[in-house]
Design a protein around this ligand. Sequence first.
Ligand code: FES
Ligand SMILES: [Fe+2]
Length: 354
Amino acid sequence: MGEARTRYLRNAWYAAAWSDEIGRTQLARTFLDEPVVLFRETDDTPVALADRCPHRFAPLSEGALVGDAIQCPYHGLRFGSDGACIHNYHGPVPKAASVRRYPLMERYGVTWIWMGDAEQAHEDRLPDFGGFYGNERFAVARGYLHVKGNYQLAVDNLLDLTHAQFLHPALGNPDSSEHVTFKMKSDSSTVWASYFFDGEPVTPFKKMVWDSPSETCDRAADMRWEAPSNLYLEVATTECGQPRDENALLIPSTHFLTPETGKTAHYFWMNARNCRIDDEKLTEMFRESTDKAFRHEDEPMIALVQERMGDNDFDSLNPVFLTTDRAAGKARQILTKLIDAEHGATVSEPEMSA
Ligand code: FES
Ligand SMILES: [Fe+2]
């Protein structure tokens, strides 16, 4: 069969769906090149099973739920929510017939799937992405985007916010590269990248939400990447020279990327704000403008990059390294190391600097 498959970090929680997308109707979705069917048992427990019948490989998602079980649409084999075959209309239940069940957990309104060794699927292995979620000081908007590019290209995009000046003319400041300073640090599974835009002009977009007559502001954008591909960003705007206290305008967001295939990804995002939180029109405007930027500016660029890369491996194309790539480069390095460790690879690693 053959084509070289993308190597993924398997022992990790990946965002699979918004929890309210999963119900008593089967949801078919591919993660890490594996087709999965998601549904809820009659008591609401979410279930994820391999979406390929072990008989003649029909998609179970096209079948029917029968109580807590799912029935194959082709010859009717029925599988319990643990993945074991429990009914065969045509004879005894074949002992070998079962489909894989993947561990799930629900947090932050998201259902997370574990594609690796089920024994290791501990809930505390999902890093903390709390902060604004469920916090009454924030109003939250959310969205989903199907990305026609490798998930790491989407992570690169988020870890290098300098693209905003060019790709998001309505949101970014045209001369932000003159204002920015950058700091980063990392550990074995996390990269923190902070951008400080001191004394930058207040954009028309910000004027709509920031309760200040000032024409200039200080803006800090703190991005945290957690392996394999989930990010938390907090953007804080303050009066020039003022600390980030309770008067700061905070716009935090989460960015959960899940590989679908080697060349496509699922992108679940949420953003929030701590101003005018009861203004639902403003929440809708935030949702729309974020969706518009991701859908019409970031995603098409990522898709074009993927197209230009073709089947080439990222490193084999010798990408030019700019100082602004330090965070993205570090994240790629950490992830490669984690994937190698999981696959028991013995290849030598480039030295990791602090
Ligand atoms: S393919 Fe599923 S029962 Fe035959
Ligand atoms: Fe962007």
